[in-house]
Design a binder for this molecule. Structure first.
Ligand code: NDP
Length: 420
């Protein structure tokens, strides 16, 4: 087996993260729903084992039915909605997998069907809010079961390709790069979980919170509209440029294990929707100048994020296409790949992360300054991206050796040009 340096603190770190991350999801839910957005529990909380918080997180049959219906509805959309077929990057053996990219249609159909169910009275805007604690538990349990399934299935189906000799670490980081049922031509578990139940779920949760704010307070605040619209655009854009995800780290390099499964299914929908969750009961009046500032920040971040990602994606497919009106410059590596050093990729090694962080900040700012809890997203996300850049740097060094050193000499800044 290949000698590989452990990441995330090795097996002990993996175990800690597997316990800590679900606890954080519960804690944030507790802070907003039961503690008025404060971090330290107040005196009014009932700590008895069956107090309101604990009672609310007991998994229920209703939450299980809601989630399973959601998950398998998304599976059906992925399987049966026609889409454009794209080829993934070359794998170790030189072959490429093909992907049916039908995300935008699935995203829009999901909203149309939920609208119909709402009009027929099957669901209401308080359905998610009233079942949120139980839903969190159901999704966490589901993600553990799916992780076990993927681990065992990858072994049995010949897709087993772990990074280390430690089963716990492998369980966390994954043992197959692209587990499919059946292998190669079948249903791609990673691309599905990465983009469908969690990301679309996040936006559905947001809009249900917006509707619930209206049910409860008789109005929808400007802050709520801004955050829901910003995040809707972020995900609509993701699906518009869906094929670009084939050149992202998760798809290119990370195996599909408990880390990605929990992240995709539980972490994303329940922690990324925290701003809308917080805003339900914090119906503040946002000054127009502040709303403009937040919008400009979001648009600026979006511009950097979208264009830098597209520059790299298009460069990988058509290296001659001009960037900012000039022929792209690049480093030709001995390994065969080209490393772009033009456009945003000449300013920093991950300007795309910078754009993403600016947007994250704009989303959090919609909550103004009454609590730090809705700022969790930008804090966590900055840590994630700083760590991710370090991982990518190590990966680049291992893969391209001296060519990578040449690249980092030419492009000195990691994320924020002239600052970091
Ligand atoms: P990148 O899209 O930057 O992809 C990294 C890969 O691109 C590297 O591993 C390398 O792959 C290749 N690469 C790196 N530098 C160059 C270069 N100069 N020229 C050509 N290829 C290069 O990173 P991510 O996948 O991490 O992020 C994609 C987007 O997704 C970002 O905008 C990020 O902010 C966002 N994101 C959002 C998250 C969220 O939860 N909202 C979570 C994670 C990311 P190779 O080995 O092929 O050379």
């Amino acid at each position: 087996m290949r000698e590989k340096k452990y990441e995330f603190g090795g097996p002990v770190g993996a175990l800690l993260l597997m316990v800590l991350l679900p606890a954080v999801v519960y804690y944030l839910y507790f802070c907003i729903r039961f503690n008025n957005g404060a971090l330290i529990p107040g005196e009014s909380i009932n700590y008895a084992p069956f107090g309101s918080f604990w009672k609310s997180i007991i998994p229920t049959g209703k939450a299980a039915i809601l989630y399973l219906a959601w998950f398998f509805f998304q599976v059906l959309l992925q399987l049966f909605i026609p889409g454009r077929i794209f080829e993934g990057a070359p794998l170790k053996d030189g072959t490429r997998l093909s992907y049916n990219m039908n995300g935008l249609a699935s995203f829009l159909i999901t909203f149309a069907i939920l609208g119909l169910l709402y009009m027929r009275g099957v669901i209401d805007f308080d359905t998610i809010y009233n079942n949120l604690g139980a839903l969190i538990s159901v999704v966490i349990i589901f993600s553990v079961l799916l992780s076990i399934f993927v681990y065992v299935y990858s072994r049995l189906s010949g897709q087993y390709d772990p990074e280390s000799d430690n089963p716990l670490y492998n369980f966390f980081l994954g043992v197959a790069l692209n587990p499919r049922i059946p292998p190669v031509k079948g249903f791609d578990l990673k691309i599905f979980c990465e983009s469908r139940p969690g990301l679309i779920g996040w936006i559905v949760i947001n809009f249900s919170f917006m509707g619930y704010q209206y049910m409860k307070h008789g109005e929808v605040s400007l802050a709520m509209i801004l955050v829901c619209v910003f995040q809707f655009i972020y995900i609509a854009d993701y699906f518009w440029y869906e094929s670009a995800i084939l050149s992202t780290r998760d798809i290119l390099h990370d195996r599909f294990g408990s880390m990605l499964i929990f992240g995709d299914l539980a972490w994303v929908p329940f922690t990324y929707s925290l701003q809308a969750f917080y805003l339900i009961d914090h119906v503040h009046t946002m000054p127009i100048w502040f709303a403009c500032l937040v919008t400009i920040l979001n648009l600026g971040g979006y511009y950097i994020f979208r264009n830098s990602n597209l520059q790299k994606h298009e460069f990988r497919n058509r290296p001659e296409k001009p960037i900012w009106g000039k022929k792209p410059e690049y480093i030709q590596t001995g390994q065969g790949n080209k490393l772009l050093v033009s456009g945003f990729w000449g300013l920093s090694r991950h300007a795309n992360y910078f754009g993403d962080i600016l947007m994250a900040l704009a989303w959090c700012l919609t909550c103004m300054f009454g609590s730090i809890v809705p700022y969790f997203y930008v804090i966590y996300f900055t840590i994630l991206l700083v760590h991710r850049e370090r991982r990518d740097n190590r990966h680049g060094l291992e893969k391209y050796g001296e060519d990578w050193e040449k690249y980092t000499d030419m492009v000195k800044w990691r994320i924020i040009p002239y600052i970091y």
